[in-house]
Write a protein that binds this ligand. Structure first.
Ligand SMILES: Cc1cc2nc3c(=O)[nH]c(=O)nc-3n(C[C@H](O)[C@H](O)[C@H](O)COP(=O)(O)OP(=O)(O)OC[C@H]3O[C@@H](n4cnc5c(N)ncnc54)[C@H](O)[C@@H]3O)c2cc1C
Length: 481
């Protein structure tokens, strides 16, 4: 009889762990509270529009390829990842624009318009972030604990990956204008932290973005969890949807998961549900006073017609970015002049909407729900007006008049739908004291055979990174703990 592994949660991390473990010969059962897989990488279908609800950038495609080759499969049989010719466009408050292209020579020309002379320093910046990437990449497949801090090899590595500098400080060494520093550190917001607080080694994302480029999953981002579900099923994993686990117990070396009147037994348990929630609500433990990532207000619009003047990915920066970051992360007030992200996947992938129509997905970073100073809904109509006005100015249209379908997602929904504490969109914050050795480990320190995979554990959040985390867990289980 193969040993039984229960995976609690069918987010991308859980699906990836299920695939590897099923391939390794374990009997895998996945328990998911929602009716379908994907977690934060989810889908809303309405009136012919297919809205991807969460991730929109595919970065570091080699991490996606790796899981398929681990399982002896060719990713091309599961996913169609296409590189974007225009990675994204940044729109500054004064109307200036900066487009990052697949062809870096075109990007250099754009940079010169923002900061004359900067293109000469860009190569050095990419060399430095590439050097850090080379050192950090192997760590993404390792779980390190506080004990490893005393390992001299890791101590010297901390200096070499600039663990004690901020992401912002690193960019500042190469670029004079705040505009370009923001353009080369905004990726910190992908992890829900301010570039002033994120350690410089997170610049590996900037490196990946510029050196490895940005990809889109044709047919939509939701194809990614579907591909992993198919991969796991191919090796015999079973999926139990609509099954919210309420309690985890361990007796006589076996885990019991309670879900309504049902009880499920397993030899190993891999928890993909968010770590802080798992500790308090499922294991009845106390947790440290963690710092949480920001939250987001999300709006999904199905438009009657195509828009002009926007790219697939667009970032609109606040007129006062420092104040914007301060309000989100320190003051915990709803931003007066928000920065926001506009996703138009139909620019690359018209199959996601009825013919001639467009999808616009708006993401506005806002404070999480830990001691918020404002009620978001009191500010919602103002925020919407500001965001719509800026888009209208850029596209020369009246967005509100083009809306055929609209869905909204609030900070509270992250908690209600996915069990993520404080509506923290990206889980635990990625600051220095919650990264690497200090981030919750993939193995429980007290209960043998209990493992964790997902954004709030090591190595961290983001699709490629949670997929890397699933390899750590699979290898630990195979090694016997
Ligand atoms: C708006 C947004 C934009 C993003 N943009 C990007 C991007 O562009 N690129 C990128 O790489 N990453 C992006 N990310 C981050 C990325 O989506 C996440 O890091 C990743 O999807 C997290 O996956 P996970 O495996 O940690 O789990 P989750 O997605 O959190 O899945 C956990 C699963 O556990 C289930 N669960 C919880 N409690 C229980 C229970 N008691 N019983 C049963 N099931 C339970 C949940 O329903 C959920 O399905 C974005 C995230 C969001 C939300």
């Amino acid at each position: 009889m193969p040993e039984r592994v229960a995976v609690l949660g069918a987010g991308v991390g859980g699906l990836a762990a299920a695939s590897r473990l099923a391939k390794d010969g374990y009997q895998v059962d996945v328990y998911e509270k929602l009716p379908a897989c994907g977690g934060r990488n989810n889908l809303i279908c309405e009136a012919g529009f297919k809205f991807d609800t969460g991730p929109s950038f595919v970065m570091m495609p080699d991490f996606f390829e790796e899981i398929f080759s681990y399982c002896g499969q060719d990713i091309k049989d599961y996913l169609d990842l296409r590189v974007l010719e225009k990675s994204y466009k940044i729109v500054y408050a004064d109307g200036r624009q900066f487009t990052v292209h697949r062809d870096s020579r075109l990007t250099l020309g754009e940079m010169e318009k923002i900061e004359p002379g900067s293109s000469a320093r860009f190569e050095d910046f990419i060399l430095e972030t590439g050097r850090i990437y080379g050192l950090v990449r192997p760590l993404l497949y390792k779980c390190v604990t506080l004990k490893d801090l005393f390992n001299p090899a890791y101590l010297s590595l901390a200096g070499r990956i600039r663990a004690f500098d901020s992401y912002w400080k690193l960019a500042r060494k190469y670029f004079k204008s705040r505009e370009l520093c923001y353009a080369f550190t905004f990726e910190a917001m992908f992890m829900g932290v301010s570039p002033y607080r994120a350690p410089a080694f997170y610049s590996v994302i900037t490196y990946a973005d510029h050196a490895q480029k940005i990809f889109h999953s044709m047919g939509g981002m939701y194809r990614i969890p579907l591909a992993l579900e198919k991969l796991a099923s191919r090796f015999g994993a079973n999926f139990h949807y609509g099954c919210e686990v309420e309690k985890i117990e361990k007796e006589n070396g076996k885990f019991t998961l309670s879900c309504g009147n049902e009880r499920f037994k397993a030899d190993y348990l891999v928890v993909n549900a968010d770590y802080p929630y798992t500790q308090t609500d499922l294991l009845d433990r106390r947790i440290p006073d963690f710092e949480y990532s920001c939250s987001t207000y999300l709006v999904y619009l199905g438009l009657k017609r195509k828009l002009e003047g926007l790219e697939h990915h667009n970032l609109f920066f606040s007129g006062d970015l420092d104040k914007n970051l301060d309000q989100i992360f320190k003051k915990k007030t709803v931003p007066e002049d928000p920065s926001f992200y506009v996703h138009l996947p139909t620019v690359t992938d018209p199959s996601l909407a009825p013919e001639g129509k467009e999808i616009v997905y708006l993401l506005i970073p806002v404070p999480n729900l830990k001691n918020p100073q404002h009620r978001f809904k009191d500010h919602e109509s103002r925020i919407r007006k500001q965001v719509f006005d800026k888009i209208n100015k850029s596209c020369g249209c009246d967005l509100a008049k083009l809306v055929e379908v609209e869905r909204r997602f609030y900070p509270e929904d992250f908690t209600g739908r996915y069990n993520i504490k404080f509506g923290a969109t990206f889980g635990l914050a990625h600051n220095l004291l919650q990264s690497a050795f200090f981030r919750p480990a993939n193995k429980d320190p007290k209960l043998r055979n209990l493992y964790y995979v997902g954004a709030s554990t090591q190595p961290g959040g983001g699709l490629p990174v949670v997929i890397a985390g699933s390899r750590i867990v699979a290898e630990m289980i195979k090694r016997g703990g």
